[in-house]
Design a protein around this ligand. Structure first.
Ligand SMILES: C=C1C[C@]23C[C@@]1(O)CC[C@H]2[C@]1(C)CCC[C@@](C)(C(=O)O)[C@H]1[C@@H]3C(=O)O
Ligand SMILES: O=C(O)CCC(=O)C(=O)O
Ligand SMILES: [Fe+2]
Length: 377
């Protein structure tokens, strides 16, 4: 008897006609879309925003080996490279970061296992309105144009939470068959959190503040893990895998595969971030730009797709505990305050209810926040 393919074993088909997607909203089924000669209008971006040939971004590669051993010269070198990158475009890559390569391999393998499940199984984890967690196809349930050509699976990681928070999410939403996937991502999030605190220490050193300042701010963080799966596209020159945006979060640790497609907008042009084996891409988010009073830049970036190969990326978004007040270190840190105090809960809610994350999210948010506070006085 033929062995049953894993996907059917893992999840008896769900009758997606019972799916709660609002009437008229499209369901992103990449297996069907790929077979169509023309892609739906909702995925086509304006000509001015479409991919074009480009140069590479000069994102420094920072070897963390010396810093992790406490070597002073390596620490100063790492801080200097990071300061140069973060005062311009906010992107750098790290090597010898201490994340086990077998864990990375498992995390990518779990992505392949999840995103190749039948759509009905994936929809079991369908993102609920207002939640950041769950499965989403092209955000087709949120937006009606300029849809990203991607599927995503997102879930939360709070180290103050239960030790099995990620595992419990997978088993409760997708079933005990995917417990191993939950365990892999639990360990992956733990490794990403540990690395993000190391980066926070170097960022503090590079900004000339006490090396524990930002580390303490994020000790009890409430972070978000996101798996991005970009199917091949028959018209890649018309679409975007992820639209232009600045990450609203504090720090992003991006594990990209070797396909390439990440681009950063700097000096009025898009520059590609070449994949480097075993390196992790780190970028400053809006919240850290506010924590540094604008000294470090949260830069617009996007992801493009290609005709032949799917592309995968694992994005770990470090976020402070929701109620922590985001403000720069005390004293005249980088001149007059550029941003008002805010909490991550306020900013996150803004991205989910009032505004589509884009290249101006932080400035739009701070204007909205100040005007809503003025109105309420
Ligand atoms: C606060 C957030 C908004 C997004 C998820 C996140 O937790 C951090 C990154 C943001 C996002 C991934 C940046 C690209 C555009 C976006 C719309 C997406 O592709 O999902 C963003 C997320 C969002 O839900 O707005
Ligand atoms: O997939 C990528 O390379 C970038 C994804 C990204 O920017 C995001 O998820 O915020
Ligand atoms: Fe991003």
């Amino acid at each position: 008897m033929e062995p049953t393919p894993t996907s059917i074993l893992l999840c008896p088909p769900l009758d997606i006609k019972k799916d709660t997607t609002p009437a008229g909203a499209m369901v992103f089924d990449s297996t069907l879309l790929r077979k169509q000669s023309k892609i739906p209008q909702q995925f086509i971006w304006p000509p001015s925003e479409r991919p074009r040939t480009l140069k590479e971004l000069n994102a420094p590669v920072v070897d963390l080996h010396g810093f992790l051993r406490g070597d002073e010269a390596s620490t100063l070198r790492a801080a200097e490279l990071i300061r140069t990158a973060c005062t311009t475009h906010g992107f750098f890559q790290v090597t010898n970061h201490g994340v086990d390569i077998s864990l990375t391999r498992d995390a990518f393998a779990c992505m392949d296992q999840f995103f190749t499940l039948p759509l009905g199984c994936k929809l079991r984890a369908k993102r609920k309105p207002g939640s950041l967690w769950g499965y989403a196809g092209a955000h087709a349930d949120r937006f009606s144009s300029k849809l990203p050509w991607k599927e995503t699976l997102s879930f939360g990681y709070h180290d103050a939470g239960p030790q099995r928070m990620v595992v419990d999410y997978f088993t409760s939403v997708l079933g005990t068959d995917l417990e191993r996937m939950g365990l892999v991502y639990q360990r992956y999030c733990e490794a990403m959190k540990e690395l993000s605190l190391v980066i926070m220490e170097i960022l503090a050193i590079s900004l000339g503040v006490d090396r524990s300042f930002y580390r303490q701010f994020f000790e009890d963080s409430s972070s978000i893990m996101r798996c991005n799966y970009y199917p091949p596209c028959q018209e890649p020159e018309l679409v975007l895998g992820t639209g232009p945006h600045c990450d609203p979060t504090s720090l992003t640790i991006l594990q990209q595969d070797q396909v390439g497609g990440l681009e950063v907008f700097i000096d009025d042009e898009w520059r590609s971030v070449r994949p480097i084996h075993d390196a992790l891409v780190i970028n400053i988010g809006d919240t850290f730009m506010a924590l540094s009073n604008g000294r470090y830049k949260s830069c617009p970036h996007r992801a493009v797709v290609n005709r032949l190969r799917e592309r995968r990326s694992l994005a770990f978004f470090l976020c402070p505990r929701e109620d922590r007040v985001v403000r720069p270190p005390p004293g005249n840190f980088g001149g007059p305050r550029l941003y008002p105090d805010f909490t991550w809960a306020e900013f996150m809610a803004f991205t989910q209810s009032h505004y589509r994350t884009d290249m101006r999210t932080l400035s739009t948010f701070t204007h909205w926040l100040l005007s809503s506070k003025t109105l309420s006085t």
